[in-house]
Design a protein around this ligand. Structure first.
Ligand SMILES: Nc1ncnc2c1ncn2[C@@H]1O[C@H](COP(=O)(O)OP(=O)(O)OP(=O)(O)O)[C@@H](O)[C@H]1O
Ligand SMILES: [Mg+2]
Length: 324
């Protein structure tokens, strides 16, 4: 039987108000996250991954506008939630782990002060300070920071980058949220530490039965830890399906090109193996946004947006070539 989706995003469109008009970044994406499932979101820098996650959580910066779409969390449309419901959604429903842990931690408070206070807010002060303290210690232990007492008394600058990232993950875990949106956690760190952190997160998510969306440039990690994957290009999902199927037999020319650059992948350059660059979002192409870079593009591709088509069960791609 189909698993229930904890998150279901339909036709999400997000733009930014910028000088000269609207930058139409996210252009009608659909993403499903099954309850307890782990879903990867992959695409080169600037394709709109962070924008999508922030739109889902309702934490876009003021220039960001959700133009259209439906974001259902546990069956409820986030865009139609009341203030109190949104509050609950943020406290107990879904949380985000940011790319840069320093930005997520306040430099002037100790870890104890921020984590315990933050968590008491999450639990609406229904849990005693002592219980919250113990939960935080437990969470720090789970993210392999056994020296919890010392960490609690430290200020963020007294910890290494990897430790700060672990603290952020601990903060998300301790709040018992159902869905974690992990936005390239650890990109600011070196590659081995980053991989360690992603694997650690994955094992905790699995152990606790949480659901997760993981954004990563590391195709290797995505392949290893996610069950489903969405390939994003310039604000559109071009292919999705079971991770194994998509990686084993990619269908979309963009996914194929991505896979071909895998050995060259590092934090800074997914696009190194694909000619050209992401289009200008103020004036994006009318048809398929990948068409200017696609060696197979025809007039149809340049003029009409291709719809998602099933290429095998549960594996879909948006490309005219696969219909011909
Ligand atoms: N506050 C903003 N105002 C205007 N444009 C923005 C804003 N934030 C992001 N953008 C633009 O939206 C596009 C997508 O950015 P986003 O951060 O979502 O990409 P990303 O896929 O997360 O990239 P990366 O892999 O580098 O983190 C970019 O062109 C970016 O310049
Ligand atoms: Mg990003």
């Amino acid at each position: 039987m189909e698993k229930k989706n904890i998150l279901s995003v339909r036709n999400l469109k997000v733009s930014y108000k910028v000088y000269g008009g609207r930058s139409k970044v996210v252009n009608g994406i659909c993403i499903d996250v099954p309850s307890g499932g782990r879903v990867g979101l992959v695409g080169e820098s600037g394709c709109g991954k962070t924008t999508s996650l922030k739109a889902i959580l309702g934490i876009l910066p003021s220039a960001g506008v959700v133009e259209d779409g439906e974001i259902r969390f546990d069956g409820k449309d986030v865009r139609e939630m009341s203030g109190a419901e949104i509050d609950l959604f943020h406290r107990r429903g879904a949380g985000m782990i940011f790319q840069d842990p320093s930005a997520a931690l306040n430099p002037v408070f100790t870890i104890e002060k921020q984590l315990v206070t933050g968590l008491r807010y999450s639990f609406e002060d229904k849990v005693s300070r002592k219980e919250v303290y113990d939960k935080v210690v437990q969470a720090l232990y789970e993210v392999s920071l056994p020296d919890a007492e010392r960490i609690m008394k430290s200020y963020p600058f007294q910890l290494s980058g990897g430790m700060r990232q672990r603290v952020c993950i601990a903060a998300s875990l301790a709040a018992d949220k159902k869905l974690l949106l992990a936005d390239e956690p650890g990109t600011a760190l070196d590659v081995t530490i980053q991989d360690q952190i992603l694997r650690l997160m994955n094992s905790l998510v699995e152990k606790k039965g949480l659901s997760m969306v993981m954004v990563s440039h590391s195709i290797g990690v995505i392949r290893e830890v996610t069950e489903y994957v969405y390939i994003m290009y310039a604000g559109m999902i071009v292919e999705h399906g079971r991770t194994k199927a998509v990686f084993h037999d990619p269908k979309h020319p963009y996914t194929k090109a991505l896979m071909e650059c895998v050995p060259k992948l590092t934090g800074d350059g997914i696009s190194s193996g694909i000619e050209g660059r992401i289009p200008d979002y103020l004036n994006p192409p009318d048809g398929c946004r990948f068409s200017p870079r696609c060696k197979y593009a025809t007039d149809e591709c340049r003029n009409t947006v291709p719809e998602m088509t099933e290429v095998e069960e549960g594996h879909q791609t948006a490309c005219f070539m696969l219909r011909r």
